[in-house]
Design a binder for this molecule. Structure first.
Ligand code: URA
Length: 184
């Protein structure tokens, strides 16, 4: 079975568990050495069925491109595979219970992709992988963590939505992402 076929198997199981949800699974290439993990899809991602295609995704793309990468150099996914919505239909942060419920599927997804490096975007993805501490102390750091029984190297980077709220942080975002090159 190819990685893509194994991933399809995991996604089919998630579909069965969430039959009424619009789901957004991982995208890009599972054969690449770097896996980028975000929080959850937003409205644009839900509409297009692909991760990181909205404003945050565009900032991620342009920053990666400025560092000599293409989006297709990465496998990109989210901790939560559906858009958590509030009562008014807006986006909300996934709850710890929602993250916990999808964690076994995420662990399997990581197992299949088997990346040399995981890049987590933002606090929710970071804590979703069981990493403690604050974004301000962890960003730009490599954290070694056992996930599903395997030692993984994880680079912590701010979420692009946080950078869009404060473009003064863009150089930090770029510098943190520039570390990928030395880590693979
Ligand atoms: N934010 C995320 O965390 N993931 C997406 O796919 C889009 C926005």
């Amino acid at each position: 079975m190819t990685k893509q076929e194994k991933l399809q198997y995991i996604f089919d199981a998630i579909k069965k568990a969430y039959p009424s949800r619009k789901l957004v699974f991982g995208g890009g290439s599972p054969d690449m050495p770097v896996m980028i993990i975000g929080e959850a899809p937003g409205k644009d991602e839900e509409a297009q069925g692909k991760p990181f295609v909205g404003r945050g995704g565009k900032l991620l793309n342009t920053t990666l491109e400025s560092l000599g990468w293409k989006r297709s150099d990465f496998y990109v996914t989210n901790v939560v595979k559906y858009r958590p919505a509030d009562e008014l239909g807006g986006n909300r942060t996934p709850t710890p219970e929602e993250i916990e419920k999808l964690r076994p599927a995420l662990e399997k997804e990581i197992d299949v992709v088997d990346p040399k490096l995981i890049v987590v975007l933002g606090r929710i993805a970071m804590t979703g992988l069981g990493i403690e501490g604050s974004m301000s102390s962890n960003h730009g750091q490599i954290i070694n963590k056992k996930i599903g029984g395997t030692d993984r190297r994880i680079l912590v980077v701010y979420h692009p939505a946080a950078i869009l709220r404060n473009m003064n942080w863009e150089p930090i975002f770029r510098e943190d992402l520039s570390k990928i090159r030395d880590l693979i």
